[in-house]
Design a protein around this ligand. Structure first.
Ligand SMILES: *Cc1c(COP(=O)(O)O)cnc(C)c1O
Length: 219
C-alpha cells in the first residue's frame, strides 16, 4: 500500500469535524513529502532537534505540531514556526512559551496536556492545575498565548473500558469549560485508540503507525 492509499483509508474513518495530525517522528523527509503530496498538511513531531531539521527542508505551508514533552530550554527553537504545541504540562513552560512568543511577535496556539492515564509515565497537568492556568489566562496572564484546548493520552492497555473512562473524564472537563474559556480543540487518540477517542468527543487525532507503518524504534 502506498502512503497516499494509507492516508485515504485513514481519512475515510474520520468524521468531518476531526482533524488528522500525521505523526511523522522517526520518518524520513521523503516519507513526509509523499504524505504532503497526497494532501496532508498537519504533521506532529516529539523531538525538537528532529523537528527543526525537517521544518528547514520541507514545504513552508506544513503546519507543525509539537506533540511530545517539551523541554523548557528548547522552546526558543520552535516558537518561530510551530503551529500548535499540544504538550504544555506546567505553568512554568507556558510562561516561557509566552515570553518567546512575544520576542517573535506571535500569538501562539497551545493545548494544555492533562494526565488522564493511570500509568506513572505520562506527563500532564491535573484538572485542578489546568483550571487554575485557564483562569490566569482569562484574567490577562500569558498575553502571547492562545489556549485553544486540551490534550490527553490514555493508558497503554487492552482494557477498552479503562480507555473509555480516561477519555471520557477529559471530555467531561472539556465540555464543562469549553464556553467559558473558548476552547475548540480536544486532542486525543492515537493509532490504537483513536476510534474510542472519537466516540468520546475528540476533535483532533494524532496518528503515526496506522499511516506510516511500524516505527523502527520506540520513541
Ligand atoms: C508517537 C505519538 C503518537 C502516535 O502514536 P501511534 O501509535 O504511532 O499512532 C501520538 N501522540 C503522541 C504524543 C506521540 O508521542
Amino acid at each position: 500500500m502506498t502512503l497516499e492509499e494509507s492516508l485515504k483509508n485513514t481519512v475515510k474513518t474520520l468524521p468531518e469535524n476531526v482533524t488528522l495530525i500525521a505523526v511523522s517522528k522517526t520518518r524520513t523527509s521523503e516519507e513526509i513529502l509523499e504524505m504532503y503530496r497526497a494532501g496532508q498538511r498537519d504533521f506532529g513531531e516529539n523531538k525538537v532537534q528532529e523537528l527543526i531539521q525537517k521544518q528547514e527542508i520541507l514545504p513552508k505551508d506544513i503546519r507543525w505540531h509539537q506533540i511530545g514533552h517539551l523541554q523548557k530550554n528548547k522552546v526558543k527553537y520552535i516558537v518561530p514556526f510551530i503551529h500548535l504545541i499540544h504538550s504544555v504540562d506546567s505553568e512554568e513552560l507556558l510562561r516561557i512559551i509566552d515570553k518567546e512568543a512575544e520576542k517573535n511577535n506571535r500569538t501562539l496556539g497551545v493545548l494544555l496536556q492533562i494526565k488522564i492515564a493511570q500509568e506513572d509515565t505520562k506527563y500532564g497537568l491535573s484538572f485542578e492545575n489546568a483550571f487554575r492556568i485557564l483562569e490566569k489566562k482569562r484574567s490577562g496572564k500569558f498575553p502571547h498565548i492562545s489556549i485553544e484546548g486540551l490534550m490527553g493520552m490514555a493508558s497503554f492497555t487492552d482494557n477498552r473500558e479503562q480507555i473509555i473512562e480516561e477519555f471520557s473524564s477529559l471530555h467531561r472537563f472539556y465540555a464543562q469549560h469549553q464556553k467559558d474559556f473558548r476552547l475548540t480543540v480536544l486532542s486525543m487518540g492515537m493509532s490504537d485508540d483513536y476510534p474510542i477517542a472519537i466516540e468520546c468527543g475528540s476533535t483532533m487525532v494524532r496518528i503515526g503507525t496506522k499511516l506510516f507503518g511500524k516505527r523502527d524504534y520506540t520513541v
